[in-house]
Design a protein around this ligand. Sequence first.
Ligand SMILES: Nc1ncnc2c1ncn2[C@@H]1O[C@H](COP(=O)(O)OP(=O)(O)O)[C@@H](O)[C@H]1O
Ligand SMILES: [Mg+2]
Length: 372
Amino acid sequence: MRVVSVSVRNFRSYEAAAAPLGGGLTVLWGPNGVGKTNLLEAIYFGCTGRSCRTGNDRELVRFGEQTTRVEVAAQDDLGPHRLTVGFTPGDPKRMTVDGAQVERLLDVPQRPLVSVFLPDRLELIKGVPALRRAHLDQFVTALWPARAATRRAYAQALAQRNALIARLRAGTTTPAALDAWDRQLAAAALALMADRREAVEITRDSFSDVCRRLGLDGAPEITYRPRSRATTPDHLIDELRDRLPADVERGFTDHGPHRDDIAITREGRPLRTYGSQGQQRLALLALLLAERRVIGTRRPAVPLMLLDDVMSELDRERRAALVELLAEGGGQALITTTDLDHIPGVFAAGVARIAVADGQLVEDVTPEPVGS
Ligand SMILES: Nc1ncnc2c1ncn2[C@@H]1O[C@H](COP(=O)(O)OP(=O)(O)O)[C@@H](O)[C@H]1O
Ligand SMILES: [Mg+2]
């Protein structure tokens, strides 16, 4: 699946604009504040039905307008596809794929996979475990779409168990009522843990390799850190039983894969607490690139990678390494920059350049500077 073009209407700073994407690298450039990140966000919104910057979709509607709309044209072996996302504050979001309305774009198999690097996303390395769990679960779903059902089954069983814990606490039921739920919960938990473990395992080597190429030394590693040591559902049921009094006291279930984490380490220590900002940034880039590589070898398409403002923070060798890594596996990537000089090979054949100026997107207008 390749994204061919994006067009937007009343999306953030854009009244109406459209741009084609290259088959490989597309460079979106212009001075600060012209709308580069807005366009990157629009592409993400058009492919997923969500913003990568805000949980409040109202922010996306251009000031003074009622409705925003993004349309993505894509292409796969079967032919062209059209995705649209429309949003009017107060109304449910309207999303369509090839003309048919869909509830959740994320569940649609014929949508382009996207992976996004934004400065805020450093939270994935630095922030709370819940962020890494959610990211890992999205990666699992990108790899094996059918396994999204496992995570849903676990979430449902957990919610039921927590409701029963609340009743136990209130004295309106007995521990025996938990038996059936614990059985379901444990089965779903073990399946979920197996998916997560496998996803991390198949990404480990790529992660270390990409780190090395991006010049992040100290033997960086990612490791799945399940909360439970259980290797069978019965084992987890025993663990839950042991913790039942504490759970009742607390009012919810405190043990199980909803407390998992991924350890991202360098020299054996968590980058989350000991890494410099620069090391954390490289680790995030490496994680996203490694995941993209793994997905590319197992799924029919490599995810479109959206990178916002990444080059200004990297030195020359790392910029070159990043461009090289992005080209591997043949997927699409979009990079925003204020400065074309920050992108090695920006004038190479196959690199698309789009300039943002006056709220418009202008394709490939820069002549190659003489003598460079
Ligand atoms: N809903 C909106 N309506 C109109 N303009 C917006 C909206 N949201 C953000 N903007 C404007 O977008 C501009 C920033 O665009 P952005 O894409 O972040 O710039 P950059 O090119 O530096 O990445 C700001 O001037 C901001 O006021
Ligand atoms: Mg920006």
